[in-house]
Design a protein around this ligand. Structure first.
Ligand code: TYD
Length: 185
């Protein structure tokens, strides 16, 4: 099973991913807890861009995130699924579609370049307002800015057919309870 957690910066996805991975393990599943951008070479270059050290055109950035995803799938996700593991990923296809569309890249093209990527079994969108998320996050990366995150959030909320929307404003345990309920395990 392949589960993805999505949402704007500071939405609480790292906390929920950890809770979910621990819960699945406690229920006897082998779990791969992973994230995009990855820790691989392309992922490390992406971190340089996100920290403001390097600058690229938004289309280049979309291609890099998508290339990082191709490596992530080929080297980690697909092998883990083939071994029968449950994969929990922080961020995946919807991050590229919602963040890079907020940088005015064509949504149609973003979907097209991600066509190759396996669809997750579940995508949870942890929904919080940028005001709330900015309280949780220090704001040292290029996208951690309220006006930009407003656009990203609006893009996420338009993707309802591809994701289960979870109210992320509650206490972490309540949010988590909701996620488990939706998984129906
Ligand atoms: P994030 O998971 O928020 O990393 P951390 O909380 O550890 O800093 O992801 C880093 C940033 O990358 C975040 O602002 C979202 C952005 N991002 C994209 O713009 N497109 C993508 O395809 C992905 C995977 C992330």
């Amino acid at each position: 099973m392949f589960i993805v957690l999505e949402g704007i910066d500071g939405c609480g996805k790292s906390t929920q991913a950890k809770l979910l991975a621990d819960w699945l393990q406690a229920h006897g599943r082998d779990v791969l807890l992973t994230a995009e951008p990855t820790t691989g070479r392309i992922g490390r270059f992406l971190r340089e861009i996100l920290s403001g050290k390097a600058e690229v055109d938004p289309k280049t950035l979309a291609l890099l995130f998508t290339a990082d995803r191709a490596e992530h799938l080929a080297r980690e996700i697909e092998p883990a699924l083939a071994r029968g593991m449950t994969v929990v990923s922080e961020r995946y296809i919807l991050s590229t579609i919602c963040y890079q569309a907020a940088q005015d890249v064509s949504e149609k093209w973003l979907c097209a370049i991600n066509e190759f990527a396996r669809k997750p079994d579940y995508t949870f969108l942890l929904d919080v307002t940028p005001g709330e998320s900015m309280k949780r996050k220090a704001g040292t990366e290029i996208f951690e800015e309220k006006e930009f995150l407003k656009k990203v959030r609006a893009n996420y909320l338009r993707m309802k057919k591809d994701a289960i929307v979870i109210d992320g404003r509650r206490r972490p345990e309540e949010t988590f309870h909701d996620i488990i309920g939706r998984l129906g395990l």
